[in-house]
Write a protein that binds this ligand. Structure first.
Ligand SMILES: [Zn+2]
Length: 82
């Protein structure tokens, strides 16, 4: 399985959808948390977005806030759970 297939499968498994850029809807996650040890595979920014549930990361996108969530405002992790 290549990376794209793995990511598509993750999105399916977690009920997310894409609209060409990447718009992610995560009803099953408690929160989105920053991972400062990872870098965005698109633009090399840090931190990247992780989806947390029950106190642990259950999905990692390897994308920064703006690339994952589709808005420049999402550079700030404090905006992710608004
Ligand atoms: Zn990025």
């Amino acid at each position: 399985m290549n990376n794209e297939q793995r990511k598509a499968r993750q999105r399916d498994a977690f009920g997310a959808r894409t609209d060409g850029t990447v718009t992610i809807v995560e009803p099953t996650l408690d929160s989105l948390e920053p991972n400062y040890d990872d870098r965005c595979e698109v633009c090399d920014a840090s931190p990247t977005v992780e989806g947390w549930r029950h106190g642990r990361a259950v999905v990692k996108w390897h994308l920064c806030g703006p690339c994952c969530l589709g808005s420049a405002r999402m550079l700030d992790p404090r905006e992710w759970n608004e």
